[in-house]
Write a protein of this length. Sequence first.
Length: 305
Amino acid sequence: MRQQVEVAERVREVIGKAGCTQREFARRVVMDPSKLSRSLSGSRRFTVGELARIADAGNVDAGWLLGTTATGGAADAPRPPAPAALPDSGRPLQIVRETVRLIAERGFHAVRVADIAAACDTSTATIHYHFPGRAELLEAAVRWCMDEDTARRAARTATADDAREELRQLIALQAPHTERQRQQWLVWMDLWAEAARSTAIGRLHADFYQQWRQTVAEVIRRGIEQGVFRAVDPEFSALRLTALIDGLAIQVLATAPGEGGTTAEAMDLACNAYVDSELTVRTTARPVARRSGADEAGPPDQPGP
C-alpha cells in the first residue's frame, strides 16, 4: 500500500512538471481521466502499461516511478514537447469537427485543407492559423474523437450497478446507432489502415486501442472479483469481445441504415449474447423441496386411477 501511495506521488510530480491539467495529461498518455484520478487517490493501482506511458510522456525513468531506482525523477528531466491542447469552443472546434466529418465521408488521404476551409466557410489561411499543417490538423481530429469516446465511456458507466452492467454500457456505446457514432467508426477504420503502415497517426491509434482493450479487461476483472463473471482470463476475453465488436461494426457500416444489412441493434444483441454465454456466472436452479408422507404420492384431492 505504501508503494502504491509513493507511485501516485511521483506521478503527480510528473504531471506538475508537464505543465498541464490532469485531464490533459490523461489524454497524452491515452488513459481514462477517471482511472487516473482513482489511481492518484490510491483507490486503484496503475497498470504496468500506464506507468510505461507516463514515464515516456514525462521523460522519466520507469524504475524511478516504481521506486526501484533513485534517480531519473521529473525534477531533473527535460520537458518533452507537448501536443497542442484540443479545442473546446469557437473556430478551432468547428474546424476539428468538420475535419472528422470529411474524414468519415472521404477518408484521410482524400481530405485537403482547402476542403476543410470550404466546409467551415473560411480561408485556408485561417485553418493554418489554428493548425500549422495538415498533419497537425488530422492528429487533432483523431485526438478529439478519442477524447469524445473516453468522455462518453466515463459518463455512461459511472452509474452502473456492477461490472456486468458496466460492460453492457460499453457495448451500447460502441454500436453505431447515431450518425456521430457512424462517423467516428469510419474514422477508426481509416486509422486501422494507417496503423498497418506504421504512420504517426496509426501509432497514436494503436496506443489508444491498447487502452480501450485494457479498459474492457479491467471491467471483466472487476466482474470476476464481484462474482458476476466466471473465472476467465480477462485479457483473452477482452481480445475476443473487442474483436467481435470490431467485426460487427464493420458489417453495420457496410450498408446504410435501412438497406437490409446488419443493424446496430443486432450488433448490440450479439455482443451481449457473448457476455451472457461466455462471461456471466450461470445460476443453478434451486431444487424443489420434496414433500413427505402422503403428499409424495400426489395432492390429496387428486383422483386415483
